[in-house]
Design a binder for this molecule. Structure first.
Ligand SMILES: [Zn+2]
Length: 98
């Protein structure tokens, strides 16, 4: 049970899988940016969706708000693509409700 090396674990490059990745400041929405030394690709980690944010989005989707509007309300927290995905998931979770 060793706890060493647990912190500051850097991700791998999503393009080439390279492990030599540097922190590269943060994006305009405050997310940590990384830069791959192998191929020069800049990327952010898969955004972690906060439970509260998820619940809010679910509620707005339940109110039949348009994805564009939700995306505008939740800007910087979740992407429009994620909301579309979530909408699909929710639809699939309640089949035959109509
Ligand atoms: Zn790379």
């Amino acid at each position: 049970m060793s706890a060493s090396g647990m912190d500051r674990k850097l991700p791998r490059c999503p393009r080439c899988g390279g492990a030599k990745v540097w922190r590269n400041g943060s994006s305009s929405s405050g997310k940590q940016l990384y830069c791959c030394q192998h191929c020069g690709r800049a990327f952010v980690l898969n955004p972690y969706i906060d439970g509260t944010v998820r619940e809010l989005v679910d509620r707005m989707l339940a109110e039949d708000l348009r994805v564009e509007i939700i995306a505008r309300v939740m800007i910087g927290r979740v992407s429009k693509r994620w909301i579309y995905k979530r909408k699909k998931e929710l639809k699939g979770a309640h089949p035959g409700v109509c």
